[in-house]
Design a protein around this ligand. Structure first.
Ligand code: FAD
Ligand code: FES
Ligand code: MG
Length: 285
């Protein structure tokens, strides 16, 4: 169980892994995630979306960006290695339904969690427009997979190195201005992008779902690490989410809480890059 079957590099620091996990592969639904631990004893637990699953092969797929200590450790694992602890499927599945026209908006690594949702929305009979955004071409992931599903695919890069230059909110607004306007927007990406994309759809009254990437620890609703404010209510992303009405989420509060561990996260990140520099220097000479 939890054996890595295959590993692929999708972009700079972005990896796709196929992991043997027959029970999760059988049960998972789009929108759900796992929590895994890479360090045996005192390691932290991190959530990652189940990007795909193959119940016949008994495997799940994760796509992750190596951004800090735990994802760096995960990226160092190779096929044949085992992940010590892996829990799931967690969270509420996406409410997949036929609404007509669904716009799926993915920013950066958010394209990975968006993929199973876009796939299921298409299978449910919706017209699916996909807007993918990245800082530059080298950071864009899963374009072929998305192209296969999309009725319309729009690519945006911050620097114009691929697709159109600009932010995902520009084509999203254009789609909202069309008649008929989209029936639903599903937006996944960095919190600031989800905030502005939700503000883009708000004046047009387009229903908007966002998938929140808060800090998670236990993933069972006990620790409070993933607490967010949605409308007048306090919600726990791990058990009530990860998807919520984007027009009701208090993004400013969420962004503030996400920074809580920044100092120690940055320390580990810098230490990792120093190790890489040392290794490179050793190789050179
Ligand atoms: P750190 O340097 O420790 O942290 C980097 C940043 O990651 C932090 O600033 C914080 O924003 C976030 N983070 C840190 N610890 C946690 C934690 N325990 N829980 C949640 N976020 C944390 N990333 C992907 O690359 N692919 C995915 O499919 C994906 N799916 C996710 C699904 C959910 C429901 C959530 C909540 C997050 C998801 N993430 C995904 C984000 C991923 O969990 C973080 O990138 C990861 O935890 C970073 O850990 P680190 O130790 O490598 O980096
Ligand atoms: Fe602990 Fe959600 S992760 S309550
Ligand atoms: Mg960490």
């Amino acid at each position: 169980m939890n054996k890595i079957i295959k590993k692929e590099r999708l972009a700079d620091e972005v990896y796709r892994m196929w992991i043997e996990s027959p029970l999760i592969a059988n049960e998972r639904k789009p929108g759900q995630f796992i929590i895994l631990q890479v360090d045996d004893d005192f390691g932290e637990r991190i959530p990652l979306t189940i990007a795909d699953a193959d119940p016949v092969a008994g495997t799940i797929t994760i796509v992750f960006q190596s951004v800090g200590r735990t994802t760096h450790l995960l990226a160092e694992l190779e096929p044949g290695d085992k992940i010590p602890d892996l829990l799931g499927p967690l969270g509420q599945p996406t409410h997949i339904r036929q609404v007509g026209h669904v716009v799926c908006v993915g920013g950066g690594i958010g394209v990975a969690p968006l993929y199973p949702i876009a796939q299921a929305m298409k299978a449910a009979g919706n017209k699916v427009s996909i807007i993918m955004g990245a800082r530059n071409r080298s950071l864009l992931i899963m374009e072929p997979e998305m192209r296969e599903i999309a009725d319309e695919l729009i690519i945006m890069t911050d620097d114009g190195s691929y697709g159109c230059k600009g932010l995902v909110t520009a084509p999203l607004q254009e789609l909202c201005e069309q008649s008929p306007k989209p029936d639903l927007a599903v937006i996944i990406g960095p919190p600031i992008m989800m905030k502005f994309a939700s503000e883009t759809t708000r004046p047009y009254g387009v229903s908007t779902v966002v998938s929140l990437n808060t800090i998670m620890i236990d993933g069972t609703g006990m620790c409070g690490g993933c607490r967010v404010t949605v409308g007048d209510e306090t919600k726990f992303v791990c058990v009530d989410g990860p998807e919520f009405d984007g027009h009701l989420v208090d993004f400013d509060n969420m962004i503030k809480r996400l920074g809580a561990y920044k100092v120690s996260e940055d320390k580990h990140h810098q230490a990792h890059h120093c190790q890489l520099d040392d290794a490179a220097a050793e190789l050179k000479g």
